[in-house]
Ligand binder design. Structure first.
Ligand code: GLN
Length: 492
């Protein structure tokens, strides 16, 4: 029965509808694999087995009658920052270790409305701040991938490290994730999985623990481009409960993703050819270009001149918004409260003990760049840079329909390799933060293995609201790349 965990989401849904197997069977198969793998990978923070089997039985009842939604009976994982009614939601921070939401996030509710099954909650960087999943209060997630002939533990990327690792290791058919500066795409790239961040406003932020509200977007991590389209069209919706949710219909991307790229213009931004980029990544990029040409696309060189300012602007805007969003955690309304001699003492002890080091670093940077005297020099300047970055994309999109770039400057790195130097860690986000700053859809998909046997990925950045092109370009690359490598199953 464990073969059921190897299915793509799309095939699993078809098999369930055709009654080739039941939801209870495929759910149990996943629970069995999680039990074996999770002690080694630490991808799940909580496995909600009983809840999962209950949802599976309910889906089976519907399926038996020929009913059931688009994901009927399919077992999924949920990143620890989506509020799930009655199931602890901590954002992987001690300060929320006792927080059990009384309501459901819109994104997860949309999945349950289609009769999907929740296996449990997935580990992540604390408050989604990080690129390696090393800041979680539940400990590191271990990347299922290893360098050939080595047993060095590698980072799964972050912040959605648990989502990426669990999909890569077949612990769930697909997972929810979120992306503020690359947290869907970079972990997807580090684990040989597919991830997409939609246009800002496509997915509701209601019930997602906020990091930086003008950048945060939910999206899926999956095993294939088609699965990503299926998940995303269900996750996205117009939502009255989120004032930044776009009040527009979600297209049916699964219908159009195989339409090809004939006649499309694909832009290659020269600024993404950064110093020190490996020949392998350069080669992979070139290979992607050739595949798209062969499929009938035209390749054009474009320039995004403000790219070099994107990372510094992101690391001002994101902490600034975080310092404001995380002000709510003071021990009064949510989460854990530490006792103290005075109200101020309660506040400061609660926050000092509840937040991890990286979160504190961001809160201090955020408070600093927003403070009187520095606001204009840092925050306002960063906002102006953000506008320039958006204008760069608008200019480039006069020449092309989508952009092709690498997702990350390197393959997965070792745990501990970058955690001592925050700037080195932040540099990993160099190709991903631009799409968040400009609010554009961006997708990552695995293309090949490097010399050490680790997955490498390409990124497709689309125009606002044009996820359709991201899917179509990615599908062409996916078909040409025929990437089917899996991490060796060392944990079972
Ligand atoms: N790695 C980036 C950061 O640490 C992005 C995180 C994210 O997208 N949530 O801020």
């Amino acid at each position: 029965m464990s073969d059921l965990t190897k299915l793509t989401l799309t095939d699993a849904v078809k098999g369930l509808k055709a009654k080739e197997f039941s939801s209870r069977e495929i759910t149990q198969a996943h629970l069995d694999v999680i039990e074996k793998a999770n002690p080694a990978l630490n991808a799940f923070t909580e496995v909600t087995s009983e809840h999962a089997l209950g949802m599976a039985d309910a889906a089976d009842t519907k399926l038996a009658k020929g009913e059931g939604g688009l994901l009927a009976g399919a077992p999924l994982g949920v990143k620890e920052l989506f509020c799930t009614k009655g199931v602890r939601t901590t954002a992987c921070s001690d300060i929320l270790s006792n927080f059990v939401p009384t309501y459901e996030s819109t994104v997860t509710q949309n999945l349950w409305n289609e009769d999907a099954v929740m296996l449990g909650k997935l580990n992540m960087d604390q408050f989604a701040m990080g690129s390696s999943n090393e800041t979680s209060c539940f400990g590191n997630v271990i990347n299922p991938w290893r360098r050939e002939g080595e047993d060095t533990q590698l980072a799964p990327g972050g912040s959605s490290g648990g989502s990426a690792a669990s999909v890569a290791a077949d612990l769930c058919l697909a997972a929810t994730a979120s992306d503020t500066g690359g947290s869907i795409r970079q972990p997807a790239a580090f684990t040989g999985t597919v991830g997409i961040k939609p246009t800002y406003g496509r997915a509701s932020r209601y019930g997602m623990v906020a990091f930086a509200s003008s950048l945060d977007q939910a999206g899926p991590i999956t095993k294939s481009v088609e699965d990503a389209a299926l998940m995303l069209e269900i996750m996205c919706s117009a939502d009255e409960k989120d004032s930044t949710s776009l009040k527009i219909e979600t297209p049916k991307w699964t219908d159009s993703l195989s339409n090809g790229v004939k006649g499309m213009k694909i832009g290659i931004p020269k600024e993404y050819r950064v110093d020190g980029m490996s020949d392998e990544i350069e080669g992979l990029w070139q290979q992607g270009i050739e595949w798209l040409k062969a499929a009938g696309a035209e390749i054009v060189d474009v320039s995004l001149p403000h790219t070099k300012y994107a990372l510094p602007a992101y690391y001002i805007v994101a902490p600034a918004e975080a310092s404001s969003n995380l002000a709510r955690y003071d021990g009064m309304r949510y989460g854990v409260r530490q006792e103290g001699d005075s109200l101020d003492d309660v506040y400061s002890t609660t926050r000092a003990e509840g937040f991890g080091d990286e979160v504190k670093r961001r809160l201090m940077i955020g408070a600093y760049v927003l403070s009187a005297g520095y606001y204009d020099a840092y925050y306002l300047k960063a906002q102006k840079v953000r506008q320039r970055i958006l204008m760069d994309f608008e200019e480039a999109y006069k020449e092309c329909d989508a952009l092709l770039t690498p997702t990350c400057p390197s393959a997965a790195f070792g745990l501990g390799e970058k955690s001592a130097d925050p700037v080195e860690m932040y540099l990993n986000d160099i190709f991903t933060v631009t799409a968040n700053l400009a609010g554009l859809p961006a997708m990552s998909l695995p293309v090949s293995l490097d010399k050490q046997g680790l997955p490498l990925s390409l990124q497709v950045i689309g125009k606002a609201l044009d996820e359709d092109t991201c899917f179509r370009v990615s599908k062409v690359i996916e078909d040409a790349a025929e990437f089917d490598a899996k991490a060796s199953n060392w944990w079972s």
